[in-house]
Design a protein around this ligand. Sequence first.
Ligand code: FES
Ligand code: FES
Length: 168
Amino acid sequence: MSESGPVSRVTVAMEVDGRRRTAQIPPRTVLLDLLRERFGLTGVKASCERGVCGACTALVDGVPAASCSVFAFQADGATVETAHGAGHPDGGLGPVQQAFAECGGFQCGYCTPGMIMLTTALLRAHPDPSEEQIREWVSSNVCRCTGYAMILDSVRRAAQLCREEAAR
Ligand code: FES
Ligand code: FES
């Protein structure tokens, strides 16, 4: 990060979904706004904007973060992952996306990008998660539609698909 004036703007640079991005922004810009408004990644959803619901979840250096509650400058130099990068390199659905589609782990879909990123981080940390681990991780994000049963099914299925892909 470098100061570009006494008042006003800082320059941040980060890798976002595999692409190097830079921006000059007011210092108090949160990561959510940088991702959505400057980088056009509107799949990162804004909801409570208080760090409670997890709709805005992105991975910062692999760790799930409520991007509404992180200043963009705190992610300067970091690797940031959003649901925009969750697809398969061949252009199809990635395994976590595939699992949510198969198991109906969404209704309105508003929480889904955050759930996908949370699941991605969970399965990196615990490729064969216990039921308790799945419930504990999922409990950090809010879904107002599904009652969670199909989200839990989706996470279990995603674990299976990721393990199959890793075994190939
Ligand atoms: S919008 Fe960030 S946690 Fe709710
Ligand atoms: S699917 Fe609507 S909020 Fe989760």
